[in-house]
Design a protein around this ligand. Structure first.
Ligand SMILES: [Zn+2]
Length: 133
């Protein structure tokens, strides 16, 4: 069986690999997935997983996205409480509607990076809150 790389268009055939470990990363989180198989381009290193391996690789990535969302959800709640803000008061400060924080903290909605960044800043410098309210 011969495979060509669709990524770089080299004339070389892709090279078969079996049972390799890959690291998947998301937002600083990492997971190792063992036993993946597929084809690799010798020129550009592009990898084409077999169907079962592709599914496992994608599932590991999805899991990291959920882990990151959970971590962020807890972080937002911790900082809001530390600042002594109710969910409504926090939403008034950052916009997004009066339910925004209960939705962030239940993990229903991902807050904008601007909200997360503001809260991280206030976590380090809580005295700046009085400049905002
Ligand atoms: Zn290639």
């Amino acid at each position: 069986m011969v495979r060509k790389c669709i990524s770089c268009g080299t004339r070389e055939d892709m090279i078969r690999f079996e049972n390799e470990a890959f690291i998947v990363e998301h937002a600083g989180l990492k997971a190792k997935i063992e036993g993946l198989s597929g084809w690799r381009c010798g020129d550009c290193d592009e990898v084409e997983f077999d169907a079962r391996s592709a599914k496992r690789y994608a599932a590991a990535g999805d899991k990291l996205v959920l882990q990151d969302r959970d971590r962020q959800r807890q972080e937002i709640r911790r900082i809001r409480r530390r600042l002594g803000l109710s969910q409504v008061a926090a939403a008034r400060l950052t916009g997004g509607g009066h339910n925004a924080f209960s939705r962030y903290e239940r993990g229903e909605v991902t807050p904008l990076p601007a909200v997360v960044n503001l809260f991280r800043l206030l976590d380090k410098h809580p005295e700046l809150l009085k400049e905002l309210v």
